[in-house]
Design a protein around this ligand. Structure first.
Ligand code: ADE
Length: 230
């Protein structure tokens, strides 16, 4: 089985490459893809660069060019839910694009014709993540993740996203990866560790906690991979 593990930033996949140690690097479409054998499975790993466009390109490439059959995303997010603290993990059960707006034509936020406001993540991998969390002695929140091409550092915008999409966390790639995987029938799992609260301190908090939170997420993702290949 070929498993894709994706992040948006180098920091988000670095702990995974470190754990693998040996991998083959291929350059394709102005990006680097890392391939390795792992416990009898084939892994292909990449960071996309930030945002919906780059993550769409990378997710599509992982599937269409490298032949990934399932995709796991690891990274960091801004918290909306007050339950979520720095370093906490959230698994997306569904994802939406908070900056997609053709409301001028009477459509809801996040919707375009022939699309959907929410894309559901793979329920089997969500269930598996609960087992992994138990085994690791960690708690993982399941919730809605909202995605947009904005680093949100504004309480008002964050609250609007929370109210409009019932979202628990926000980031910049999950929903675009979800759209790709859904369209290409590839089961996907999006995990994020909280790096900030999407408020006025978000920039500082993100810089401070990117590495540690990315590591939390990556460690969990590799336990997921262990279980998938088991
Ligand atoms: N990823 C992590 N924190 C974020 C924020 N505040 N806004 C957008 N994406 C993020």
């Amino acid at each position: 089985m070929k498993i894709a593990v994706m992040g948006a930033m180098p920091e988000e996949i670095a702990p995974i490459l470190e754990k693998l140690g040996v991998y083959k690097t291929t350059e394709y479409a102005k990006n680097k893809y890392y391939e390795a054998s792992y416990m009898g499975a084939d892994l292909v790993i990449a960071y996309s660069k930030i945002g919906k466009v780059f993550s769409t390109l990378t997710a599509t490439t992982l599937i269409e060019h490298f032949g990934a059959e399932i995709l796991l995303f690891s990274g960091v997010a801004g918290a909306i839910s007050p339950e979520l603290r720095i370093g906490d993990l959230i698994v997306a059960n569904k994802l939406s694009q908070h900056d997609l707006d053709i409301t001028a034509f009477g459509h809801p936020f996040g919707y375009v014709p022939e699309g959907a406001v929410y894309i559901n993540a793979d329920s089997k991998m969500i269930a598996m993540s609960k087992e992994v969390a138990k085994e690791m002695g960690k708690s993982v929140k399941e919730g809605i993740i909202a995605t947009g091409d904005q680093f949100v550092a504004n309480e008002q915008r964050k609250n609007w996203i929370g109210d409009t999409f019932e979202a628990d966390a926000l980031e910049m790639e999950g929903a675009s990866v979800a759209v790709v995987c859904d369209a290409l029938n590839v089961p996907f799992f999006i995990l994020r560790a909280i790096s900030d609260a999407a408020d006025m301190d978000a920039g500082f908090s993100f810089d401070t906690f990117l590495q540690s939170s990315a590591k939390e997420s990556a460690e969990f993702i590799m336990k997921m991979v262990d279980k998938i290949v088991d």
